[in-house]
Design a protein around this ligand. Structure first.
Ligand code: SF4
Length: 135
């Protein structure tokens, strides 16, 4: 048996509580709070205690899906991102940059949120950027 505690950050809100993901023989088996961290101080809320519940959930999407008519078809990341880029460019060119808005999430890291606003401002040329924390 191989057991590991891997320190990471809860993905569910901007508090960013640190937590240990417990791994047994390569599978996630639980979560523990960090006692040392000044925010969580050995505690997690119910979302933190279940932060890894989605990993093995049967409904979890593991590949991008592209809608074709009434059905969703599996696609590669290159296909999905290529389609998104193409559609965003078309909408921007036909309706103007401010016809597009970007919503980011507290579930993203600061770096991911920074990159999304950079995409909005530098590539699409809109300041329409908001965040779920303001909803
Ligand atoms: S444990 Fe709760 S309070 Fe802490 S980051 Fe996760 S969701 Fe937020």
């Amino acid at each position: 048996m191989e057991y590991q505690n891997i320190l990471t950050t809860c993905i569910y809100c901007g508090c960013g509580c640190p937590l240990y993901v417990q791994i047994l023989d390569g599978e996630i088996v639980g979560v523990l709070p960090s006692k040392e961290h000044p925010i969580s101080r050995g505690q997690l809320c119910i979302k933190g205690w279940n932060a890894t519940a989605f990993v093995y959930h049967s409904d979890r999407l593991k590949t991008p899906l592209i809608r074709r008519g009434d059905s969703l078809e599996e696609a590669t990341w290159a296909q999905a991102l290529g389609l998104v880029a193409q559609r965003l460019a078309t909408i921007r060119d036909e309706s103007g940059p401010d016809s597009i808005g970007f919503l980011t999430s507290a579930k993203c890291t600061n770096e991911e949120n920074y990159l999304l606003q950079k995409l909005a401002r530098a590539v699409i040329k809109t300041n329409n950027v908001d965040h779920c924390a303001r909803l």
